[in-house]
Ligand binder design. Structure first.
Ligand code: LLP
Length: 398
């Protein structure tokens, strides 16, 4: 990802900023597309992970669909060139305004999360004399074995419709003249690295499609959601996720009938490794118990470590790539290889504004460039202006 040339370029740029490696992004998209195409699977990009315009343009150029969770995302996807017949719209709280935006855009499908929502979409579609295509989002009660905060498919989560409500769903669907049922949708969580979890999901999807068919509904679309995880610990060793292995689980365990389509909604796996948050050390504070590196970026630029206790690798780019260039061959003048431990913190007036405690780094100095790696997903999109901070900038690979 980085080398002396890139880091030298960063030295002339005001920090903090997100650095996007568009080459790696393209390689990742190609790997995903090749693996999905092998089985005829359809992939929608989950826009919530990153809607930076250059990132979106790159993703759109690979012909992926879009998975949206707000009316604004639906509008942005279509304005950005995603085909309306490849746009799906999920979300537990779609407003009437947002539903109308999606109806006007004639999107591929609403992923519907409650019986009441089904009735509202039907009424709004009727008023426009339109048919709304819907997939029913079913809460499969499958444990994703991921962080509690990013699990979505358990009974205790707010998402989707629970299986004991399916009779009511079937009756509502029969009574809704402006709804076209196209299939079933699932999402069990994010940052899933245990592929066995997807086997359990396939078993639930197979049960659910049988249920719908037994009740007289043709299931054309199986949407298995997203959630494939990335390697936050070793971004350089594993820059591209195992798309082959991921899709193969579905190929092996999903009972796909002739004419049926299988859809996925991947966010993180497509964009996470392509970006890092780049900041500078403002101050080094040596204490009796702790040393602190105070950066010029904090929870306002990247909130994942503070909000989910997420691990994201921290690297001192100046010490890793620039300092070695100035070392002579005289071993007595070489910088020591030993590392120091620092709590790496941001400048925000909150104690929780800490990227990571006790990070082992080379001795670090004011002005050193620090990268927080694997920040392409749920990074820039979750930035805020808290403390009236400047909006975070973006820089791209040449
Ligand atoms: N589809 C639906 C319906 C979703 O709820 C999500 C993510 C996705 C697709 C994309 O999942 P992915 O492939 O990215 O795992 N902000 C959190 C992650 C929240 C994910 C919510 N749903 C984080 O930074 O870890």
């Amino acid at each position: 990802m980085f080398g002396p040339e890139t880091v030298t370029r960063f030295q002339g740029i005001e920090t903090p900023f997100y650095y996007y490696n568009l080459g790696l992004l393209s390689q990742t998209l190609q790997a995903c597309k090749t693996a999905a195409d092998k089985y005829g699977f359809h992939v929608h990009y989950a826009m919530k992970a990153n809607f930076n315009p250059k990132v979106l343009a790159t993703i759109q150029s690979f012909g992926l669909g879009a998975d949206c969770v707000s009316g604004n995302e639906v509008s942005a996807a279509i304005a950005g060139g995603f085909k309306k017949q490849q746009v799906v719209f999920a979300g537990v709280g779609k407003t009437d305004k947002e539903i109308n935006i999606a109806l006007d855009a004639d999107i591929f499908s609403f992923n519907v999360e409650s019986v009441q929502e089904l009735q509202v979409i039907n009424e709004l579609a009727k008023a426009k004399n339109k048919m709304a295509r819907v997939a029913i989002r079913i809460n499969p009660n499958v444990d994703a074995h991921t962080h509690h905060f990013i699990t979505t498919g358990l009974d205790e989560n707010k998402f989707g419709i629970n299986s004991w409500q399916l009779n009511e769903v079937a009756e509502t669907l029969r009574n809704c003249s402006n709804i076209q049922f196209i299939g079933i949708h699932f999402h069990i969580g994010s940052q899933i690295t245990d592929l066995a979890v997807y086997k359990s999901l396939c078993i639930r999807i197979n049960e659910m499609q049988t249920w719908f068919e037994d009740h007289g509904f043709q299931v054309k679309v199986l949407n298995a959601g997203g959630g494939l995880g990335v390697d936050y610990h070793h971004p350089d060793a594993h820059p591209i996720p195992d798309f082959e292995g991921y899709f193969k689980v579905f190929k092996d365990f999903l009972k796909v009938k002739p004419g049926q389509e299988v859809h996925f909604e991947l966010g993180r796996a497509l964009v996470a490794q392509s970006a890092s948050l780049i900041s500078r050390v403002l101050y080094v504070k040596y204490g009796q118990k702790k040393n602190f590196l105070v950066l010029d970026a904090g929870m306002t630029e990247l909130i994942r470590p503070m909000l989910y206790q997420a691990y994201m690798k921290i690297q001192n780019l100046t010490q890793d790539f620039i300092a070695p260039l100035s070392q002579t061959n005289d071993p007595s003048l070489k910088a020591q290889d030993s590392k120091l431990k620092y709590d790496v913190v941001g400048p925000i007036c909150e104690s929780t504004d800490c990227f990571q405690k006790d990070v082992a780094l080379p001795e670090s100095f004011r002005g050193d460039l620090i990268a927080v790696r694997t920040a392409g997903a749920y990074g820039e999109v979750m930035a805020s202006r808290y403390n009236l901070r400047d909006a975070v900038a973006s820089v791209y690979s040449e």
